[in-house]
Design a protein around this ligand. Sequence first.
Ligand SMILES: [Fe+2]
Length: 383
Amino acid sequence: MLVFVNDITAVLEPDRRLYATAQTLALGIDTSSLWCTKITLLHYLPVTHYPIEYRDPQLAQATAHMNTRSKPATVNPFELTNELGYQAWRERKLDRYLRTVNELPTPILNPFNISHLERDSLIRRCRDTNMAIYQLKTEMTGEDPTDKRFMRVLGTQLGLQRLDDNLCADNDSITSLQVMQGGRHEGYIPYSNKRLNWHTDGYYNEDDQCIRAFLIHCVRNASQGGENSLLDHEMAYLLMRDENPAWVEAFMRPDAMTIPANIENGVEIRPTKHGPVFSLDSVTGSLHMRYTARTRNIIWKQERDTQAAVAFMRELLSDTSPYIVTHRLQPGQGLICNNVLHSRSAFTDIDGPDQQRLLYRARYYDRIVGTGLNEVAQAHEEH
Ligand SMILES: [Fe+2]
């Protein structure tokens, strides 16, 4: 029987029953071959988020029947009960991560209108490692390198629209990261030349202001230091799950991590925030991580597995892991990522007016387009 659907995804129940769901691209699928062609690749997708929409009336009845059957409770590789899906995802992740993570920066000729090749290059890298480094051609940065208007446009072309307007951002919601004395920035490490410990951005934010991606662009670097170390948070998940899934489970609990309220001059400017370290996006199923390696102003749950998970992270991030990449952004270079784990080494500024290290940072509530869990699996299958 030939059935026309919007792109097929499929999941397996323990009894190996096949479910098909619909997405965006119309294509013809012979259901007799569906079992064979799709069974190996999509059994871990977050199927509950893709309603079944068969267009062929002949299958409407069958579809209704399938919809009423109980679907697998866990079909996401990041769900701890989905061992089969996790192993398939893990194999692909490891295969691609090391190959991609040390690739040279993607050159971008015009950030206001990136080419298909440039865009594909950035998105492919973000699919494999959740991050990509770009290099603007010098002619684009030559006239006024401090002009940051391109950042918003570049982000938009990668699906990043909803900017986070945090306390220290400039009027355009993009933050200038440089050494600042006094004022609101006083006491915040990002605005000093001290080492900035491992973290993901916005780990203290409320859930409706979850930072899913950020873009940092280097205008001027320091005379010494200021390197970023980066680790895809999916790799941190993978390494921890391989070591002990109970630690991952502990990090998925809603009370794993507590950030006390931020109080300035007796005024609460941010309430206490409880939350998990690892969580799954309710729409895309993608993995999100909230983390800080700081030891002050953070309360970890007093429970054995949570404490062990914290110790594991500390060890992982202090090690010379092959999965951690260190890069010193050069002027004209930038990092775009799905809020991966990152740190910054201490640095020394160049003397002289307008010579100090300057980076711009834009934080987004969106994830980079084409890097959702289902899109990654689909892309891998096509290549
Ligand atoms: Fe950061």
